[in-house]
Design a protein around this ligand. Structure first.
Ligand code: IMP
Length: 211
């Protein structure tokens, strides 16, 4: 069975990758000792930039292996694309009195969701469109080999719904199957999510290259 090394400590992302991989006879594994490796500054202006930075940095620790890193987030049209690359730290002004790009730690999902809801107060449903974006970078020995982009289009609700998933999942309504992302099973999240879409492209690339 093919085995892919994933550079993340986010349990929600790992679950999503495991779900997406299971459907394709692929096993995913973490990088050995990942938690004790120095963190990579996610200071890029785009998802691509951050995904490449992470994949390149972590691939240096496992010579000769392909390492995959994900950078992802929620883009809300009424907020001009925010939280975007700052999705994981969007509540930093509320919690730490810092702008998200200055924050040195992620902020809790509940606080991030609360900020998005507050900023969308009184925005009508037809203007609450947005999307999850996931960019995967595959790197080996410090060089990016390829990147893959997956997108899921939806609507930001005015209250959370559902208990599965992580991050902004409870606010993200996906009209195609009339559920929020927090109401999806692992199989559904793999099929419909931005991360699943990017991961499938990555697996097709592996197939073409014989990895
Ligand atoms: P990063 O890619 O580690 O910088 O963080 C991405 C952030 O975007 C996460 O902490 C979540 O807040 C949000 N996010 C990315 N993908 C998802 C998803 O599948 N569901 C919910 N939130 C997500």
């Amino acid at each position: 069975m093919r085995r892919i090394l994933i550079a993340t400590s986010n349990p929600g992302k790992l679950r999503d990758f495991a779900g997406a991989a299971a459907a394709h006879g692929t096993e995913i594994a973490g990088i050995p000792g990942f938690a004790s490796l120095p963190p990579v500054a996610e200071d890029g202006l785009t998802f691509e930039e951050n995904a490449r930075k992470k994949a390149e940095a972590y691939s240096r620790y496992v010579a000769g292996e392909i390492v995959v890193a994900d950078d992802s987030g929620l883009e809300v049209d009424a907020l001009k694309g925010a939280p975007g690359v700052h999705s994981a730290r969007y509540a930093a002004p509320d919690l730490h009195d810092k702008e998200p790009h200055e924050a040195d730690q992620n902020t809790a999902d509940e606080a991030n969701n609360a900020r998005v809801l507050r900023e969308l107060t009184d925005v009508p449903v037809e203007k609450r469109t947005g999307r999850f974006v996931c960019v995967l970078a595959a790197a080996r020995d410090g060089k990016t080999l390829a990147t893959f982009r997956g997108v899921a289009e939806g609507i930001i609700l005015d209250a959370p719904r559902g208990a599965n998933g992580f991050g902004y999942d409870p606010l993200f309504y996906f009209p195609l199957i009339d559920k929020t992302f927090a109401e999806l099973t692992a199989e559904e999240k793999a099929r419909y999510s931005h991360r699943g879409a990017a991961f499938r492209q990555f697996l097709e690339w592996c197939d073409r290259r014989g990895h």
